[in-house]
Each structure stands twice: as C-alpha cells, then as structure tokens.
Design a protein around this ligand. Structure first.
Ligand SMILES: Cc1cc2nc3c(=O)[nH]c(=O)nc-3n(C[C@H](O)[C@H](O)[C@H](O)COP(=O)(O)O)c2cc1C
Length: 217
C-alpha cells in the first residue's frame, strides 16, 4: 500500500508570536499556552513526545505524561529499567515535544535529565489508583519481551491477590520520576504561507537569564 498526502495542506491562521512581547521566562509562556490548550479542551494537553538517544546513537521517541511543571522543567514518571531509562542512563540529555493541533502550536523543551528524589516518586506512586500501582509491578522490566498477554494477566491477578484492594502496594525501586531541566525551549505558532513564528529561549546551566531569538520557519 502507498499513501500520497502531497495535495493535503492547511493554512495555519490561529495566532502569532512576537519576540518583543514574550515573557522573560519560557515557563510563563508555557503556562499561558497550556491554559489556552485546557480552555480549547485539547485532550490530554500534558501528553508529550519524549526523545532520547542511548549509547547506540539511535534516537527513540514515545509519549509520556507530564505530571508537573517545576521551576526548572518538566517531570514525568516511568520505569527506570525501561528502554528509555537505559537511554537516559547512557546519555542524560532529552527533548520533549507538545503538539496542540487545535491551537496550531508546538513546544519543544530540551536539556539535561535526572531522576527525581525517591521520596517524591514514592509520594506520587502512593497517590495513584491501586490497580495502576499493581500494573507498575507487572510491567517489569518495562519494554522487555513477554510471551503473551496471558502471562501479563496472570501476573496482574497474582499481584492483586498479594495486595488486595485497600492494602498498600510498595513503591517499586525500579519506578519513579525524571525531571528534564530546560536549557532550550522553542515555541512554534503556525502562520499562513508557511511563514510560521518560532521563538527560542536558550540558557546555559550556569546562567540564570534566558536569551530569546526568532528562528526561520
Ligand atoms: C497517551 C500515552 C501516555 C503515556 N504515558 C506514559 C507515562 O507517563 N510513562 C510511561 O512510562 N509510559 C507512558 N506511555 C507509554 C510509552 O509511550 C511507552 O510505550 C513506554 O513508556 C515504553 O517506552 P520505552 O520502551 O521507550 O521505554 C504512554 C503512552 C501513551 C500513548
């Protein structure tokens, strides 16, 4: 099967972005754009693509859910022994991307990534629904191969038996949060005629002030 989309094109006309009027901090603009996405009822606007690249030099990308915007960047939770966890252990640099079609907007955030404090991970794990907690134990190691679905379901049932509803499920050591600390944040607003607005914020780890620039679309 082949597919041809060469005649498909949309004109993006929903907004604009001026370098002179953007806030000093990219997190303020991120917050404003996130608020717009919530108002426009973008489904799961906190879902983001996470790109990593391990020692094999092969990039890898998948969706994860942003759980927090901190003063430094974004936090998400996962299995530390997953494929992404291995990539991050090899190379602690990553990029996340949000795309909100309803707003014709894209945001890219890249920088250094590190595990968050184990106590904070445990506090979040303990807030999750009981069956999601059990699911985290089933998916170990996440990204490992499994013979079939029945194997997963049998593990799920056995763990539900071990930890019945209402009982505490221990926080797995192999599970927790990562914080991606922003060093570069790019905002993209679609415009007509492919004359899109791109404003990038950059900062070295040592610097406190952000520098902005307009990029060619
Ligand atoms: C909407 C959506 C949300 C997801 N959220 C997460 C998440 O927060 N954490 C996570 O580990 N995986 C999440 N996943 C699954 C990942 O995309 C991926 O399949 C999994 O983490 C294994 O990735 P890896 O093999 O690259 O480590 C989500 C997938 C989708 C489609």
């Amino acid at each position: 099967m082949s597919l041809d989309f060469t005649e498909q094109r949309l004109s993006y006309e929903k907004g604009s972005l001026e370098q002179q009027s953007v806030p000093q901090s990219p997190f303020v603009l991120f917050g404003q754009w996130m608020q717009d996405a919530i108002e426009q009822q973008v489904p799961e606007p906190y879902a983001m693509s996470l790109a990593t690249c391990g020692a094999d030099n092969k990039p890898s990308v998948r969706i994860v859910l942003m759980r927090e915007l901190t003063e430094s960047g974004v936090v998400f939770y996962t299995n530390y022994e997953s494929a992404k966890g291995q990539d991050i252990a090899d190379n602690p640099q990553a990029e996340v991307l949000f795309f909100w079609h309803a707003l014709e907007r894209q945001i890219r955030i890249s920088g250094h990534i590190h595990k968050i404090d184990a106590q904070k991970s445990a506090a979040y794990f303990q807030k999750r629904p009981h069956d999601s907690q059990v699911g985290a134990w089933v998916s170990q190691p996440q990204s490992g191969e499994v013979d079939n679905r029945e194997v997963m379901e049998a593990r799920f049932e056995a763990l539900q038996h071990q930890y019945p509803e209402g009982s505490a499920v221990p926080t797995p050591e192999f599970w927790g949060g990562y914080e991606l600390c922003a060093e570069r944040v790019e905002f993209w607003q679609g415009r007509a005629n492919r004359m899109h607005d791109r404003i990038v914020y950059t900062k070295d780890n040592a610097q406190t002030d952000w520098h902005t620039a307009r990029l060619l679309p």
